[in-house]
Design a protein around this ligand. Structure first.
Ligand SMILES: Nc1ncnc2c1ncn2[C@@H]1O[C@H](COP(=O)(O)OP(=O)(O)OP(=O)(O)O)[C@@H](O)[C@H]1O
Ligand SMILES: [Mg+2]
Length: 217
């Protein structure tokens, strides 16, 4: 379970907080979409929930453990083992092929060879079979985004956070990604929280959270 307590984020050079005292509880195995206008705080909330950024005030709990009280080493372990993150602006390593990018978290966790078949399967599931050896510069924006999605799933995370994972995709490919999320959520019980501006995709989740001006609606 992930729980937030009065979660507030004021960026250094901002005058109004990006998030204002958010209280939220997400149970294990939930399938959640996060919606709201541009600038409403969706990315900020996703970063705080996933421990990639820390709040100005308030707390994030993972199963009643306050993330603030976990050592740097434990946080690193939580991130690499239990959390998958798809960035709004996907960061692939340019000198690695699609498959090597997908397998990067496995390489870090020293399980590269064990995970290779899953890397190939994931690339197939995001519609990139045959493109495993391409470099990011040889892929379209949407294809790169799908590589980043496969990379976020390679360690079979307990929690998946995806910031506009379908943002660069046409509706058919977007559908494929949401189908994959749905399948992983059902089969593995992965907690999935994704941001989208697409009403249809948002409706595919079993719970919808709306942000407006940094507050829950
Ligand atoms: N590093 C920063 N410094 C100052 N303000 C920031 C910073 N990052 C974000 N903000 C501000 O915080 C607010 C929320 O930003 P956020 O990126 O969370 O919005 P969003 O809902 O994800 O928008 P979008 O749909 O455009 O991605 C915005 O007003 C933004 O300008
Ligand atoms: Mg955003």
């Amino acid at each position: 379970m992930i729980k937030t307590q009065n979660l507030t984020k004021l960026f250094p050079r901002a005058t109004v907080p990006a998030l204002k005292s958010i209280n939220l509880e997400i149970q294990d195995g939930e399938f959640v979409s996060l919606v709201g206008r541009s600038g409403s705080g969706k990315s900020t909330l996703l970063y705080l929930l996933s421990t990639l950024d820390s709040p100005t005030e308030g707390n994030v709990f993972y199963d009643d453990v306050n993330v603030k009280n976990i050592s740097a080493q434990e946080i690193f372990k939580l991130r690499n083992k239990n959390i998958g993150f798809v960035f709004q602006f996907h960061y692939l390593l340019q000198e690695l092929t699609a498959l090597e990018n997908v397998l990067l978290p496995a390489r870090k966790a020293k399980v590269l060879e064990q995970r290779r078949p899953m890397g190939l399967k994931l690339l197939e599931e995001v519609g990139l079979k045959g493109l495993e050896k391409r470099y990011p510069s040889e892929l379209s924006g949407g294809e790169q985004q799908r590589v980043a999605i496969a990379r976020a799933l390679i360690m079979e995370p307990t929690y998946l956070f995806a910031d506009e994972p379908t943002g660069n995709l046409d509706s058919q490919n977007g559908q494929m990604i949401i189908d994959l999320f749905d399948k992983i959520n059902k089969e593995k019980g992965t907690t999935i929280i994704y941001v989208t501006h697409d009403k249809e995709f948002a409706a595919r989740a079993r719970r919808q959270i709306t942000l407006a001006d940094g507050a829950l609606v």
